[in-house]
Design a protein around this ligand. Structure first.
Ligand code: ADP
Length: 634
């Protein structure tokens, strides 16, 4: 068969691997061993129910061979193997997980980033090998196939005559040393041994290698010469085979957890924290959970799948068990291993399994505890976490109609006017002023935008802290929380924002009575755009603002109307136009009411449109607005 070309993306990755200046080329071994182990996992799982496979757990192994003279390193496994099509699809095309890193073309310049931290998979072999050969036979097939490639020029796949059993043999022709690079090390048994210990110790199947050892026999009595040293060859198992979650926490360092995570969950950044728990009692299980440092690129899309790996006494039975995680903690990665679960449990049965439910409840609790602990003791980490996943916690409260509020409300952070920091609700409430009744918040596109709202000034002036709601979901979330430590939330745009003294109220009341006719006239002029035109005492220096009267706030109107599912069913908030009682515009309006009612009408429209612009809403007829202003100018 002729030489085939790699897919464009794969070719680029391959090029990168071949020319890599990356210093940790050694990770290629971890990648190949991890693939071998996955392949064995698959066949082992099959063998539990299919006795015709004829293999027991102890029969499965990964073998490493080194031939120093020929510069050949071989890694073989007796796992599930690959058919011809699978060889084509899996090795001719870069695996899906890898293409992720590729999305970001910037990364292409610095190969260090992708290679070092990403699971770059099979292709990493090309960092150390000038030629790679894969012989594989899929379980259940009669024929084996051979895949060969010396790099970017392409690859070949041919039938391969062999009486091998199912499995895969990967042969690497190791590169020659150059001035800068030493490749010989990958042909040294002791180096290989230490790499396996470092990266692949937990692999559940034995990784075996024939090693040479020199023995120095004791001098026997009566001999006068030291006996010659002898070379002993023996097959050594390089890994301890204890899965990391079965080890004692005291034996493990952060590094161990981190490299297990990046390896297993194809992330390139270490997790922000891990939770390792061993439980006995109603449910006996080990759990190893990770909270990633960053949201995966597809996290906020439908494609993202939540779930934990599920093991039954060390055998993986499900790659992604959704039932173990609530939606609001869907960012958690990890695994659960329980002896209480049957190997043959189906997805449907799992959903109703009592054990699984108990485990899920416990897991939820330990995630919550871990996050609370981080919030308390490692604020910086927590804020980083919150930046990545906070939105999901807010959605959690909203989507549960508040049912999850007890779990989640203390994990929320909001930007606050207090020193411009992120604060918890508890922090806010604990420093509320004695006369302060409410938790004040303001909605807007950005902090800067909120600071420009006329109402912000008055609240700040009172010395009250304001929470800045810049995410669409914020106000919806708070409506579900309703109150926190018996304090209600109050939008600074609410019509009943009550900051005034009795004296001020009295004055506004009097002015309102005096100008009732005028306000009615203005309301008439604006029609159903506003529910009322009235005087306000909550404005300091600004002439006007909008206030929302009903359940739906102005911000909610914006958010709801921007959602595609709402279509033409536009939501409308009840808006009142408020005029600053102590602004000169008030006097101007009253005089126009007496002298020029037509002009007052135009002023009413102008003020309304100004208020809309301040709120960050668009105005219905910008042309008219502009003409009206021009008319006043000329
Ligand atoms: P990843 O492991 O992230 O999927 P790789 O490039 O390492 O990406 O491998 C691509 C695919 O090739 C694997 O998903 C697997 O299906 C297949 N594969 C690789 N090595 C082996 C092996 N030793 N035995 C069986 N299949 C393998």
């Amino acid at each position: 068969m002729g030489t085939k070309q790699f897919k464009a993306e794969s070719k680029r990755l391959l090029e990168m691997m071949i020319n890599s200046i990356y210093t940790h080329k050694e990770i290629f071994l971890r990648e190949l061993i991890s693939n071998a182990s996955d392949a064995i996992d698959k066949l082992y799982f099959k063998s539990l129910t299919d006795t015709s496979i004829g293999l027991n757990k102890d029969d499965f192994e990964i073998n490493i061979e080194v031939d120093k003279e020929k510069r050949i390193l071989t890694i073989s496994d007796n796992g599930i193997g690959m058919t011809k099509d699978e060889l084509e699809n899996n090795l001719g095309t870069i695996a899906k997980s890898g293409s992720l890193a590729f999305k970001n073309d910037n990364n292409l310049d610095g190969d260090v980033d992708i290679i070092g931290q990403f699971g770059v998979g099979f292709y990493s072999a090309f960092m150390v090998a000038k030629k790679v050969t894969v012989v594989s036979k899929a379980y259940g097939e009669d024929k084996a196939h051979i895949w060969k490639s010396s790099g970017v020029s392409g690859y070949t796949i041919d039938e391969y005559d062999s009486d091998m059993k199912a499995g895969t043999v990967i042969t690497l022709e190791i590169k020659e040393n150059t001035d800068e690079e030493n490749y010989d090390e990958f042909l040294e048994q002791y180096r290989i041994q230490s790499l396996v210990k470092k990266y692949s110790d937990y692999i559940r199947f034995p990784i075996k290698m024939e090693m040479e050892r020199t023995e120095y026999p004791e001098k026997k009595e009566g001999e006068d010469k030291e006996p010659e040293p002898i070379t002993v060859k023996e097959i050594v198992t390089l890994n301890s085979m204890v899965p990391i979650w079965k080890k004692n926490k005291s034996e493990l360092k952060d590094e161990d957890y981190n490299s297990f995570y990046t390896d297993k969950f194809a992330d390139y950044e270490a997790p922000i924290t891990h939770i390792h728990s061993k439980n006995e009692g109603i449910a006996t299980y080990d759990a190893l959970l990770f909270i990633p440092s960053k949201a995966p690129f597809d996290y906020y899309t439908k494609n993202y799948k939540k779930g934990l790996q599920l093991y039954s006494s060390g055998v993986m039975i499900m790659d992604c068990c959704e039932d173990l995680l609530p939606d609001y903690f869907n960012f958690v990665k990890g695994l659960v291993d329980s002896q209480d679960l049957s190997l043959n449990i189906s997805r449907e049965m799992l959903q109703h399994d009592r054990q699984v439910k108990i485990i899920a409840k416990n897991i939820e609790k330990s995630i919550k505890n871990e996050l609370s602990k981080m919030l308390k003791n490692k604020r910086e980490d927590y804020e980083k976490f919150f930046k990545a996943f906070g939105l999901n916690l807010k959605f959690g409260i909203y989507q549960s109609y508040g049912m999850a509020k007890d779990t989640l409300q203390d994990l929320l952070l909001f930007k606050s006017s207090f020193e411009g920091k992120m604060v918890t609700l508890d922090e806010y409430v604990s420093r509320m002023k004695d006369d302060q009744k409410y938790i004040y918040y303001a909605c807007g596109e950005s902090e800067a935008r909120i600071d420009m709202l006329p109402q912000t000034e008055a609240v700040k002036d009172k010395g009250y802290e304001i929470l800045y709601f810049t995410d669409d979901v914020d106000e919806f979330t708070i409506k579900m929380i309703m109150n926190y430590k018996e304090k209600e939330f109050k939008s600074i745009s609410a019509s009943d924002l009550d900051l005034t003294t009795d004296e001020e109220k009295e004055e506004v009341k009097k002015k309102t009575e005096d100008s009732k006719g005028m306000f009615d006239y203005m309301k008439e002029a604006l029609g159903d755009k506003v529910s009322e035109v009235r005087l306000s005492s909550k404005l300091k220096t600004h002439p006007v603002c909008l206030s929302s009267d009903g359940q739906v706030s102005i911000e909610m109107e914006k958010v709801l109307n921007s959602m595609p599912q709402n279509g033409d069913n536009k939501v409308k908030s009840e808006k009142a136009l408020e005029i600053n009682a102590s602004h000169p515009i008030y006097d101007k309006l009253t005089s126009l009411y007496d002298s020029d009612k037509d002009k007052l009408k135009i002023y009413a429209e102008l003020l309304y449109n100004q208020a809309l612009l301040i709120e960050g809403m668009s105005i219905e007829n910008p042309l008219e607005f502009s003409n009206q202003i021009c008319d006043l100018m000329v």
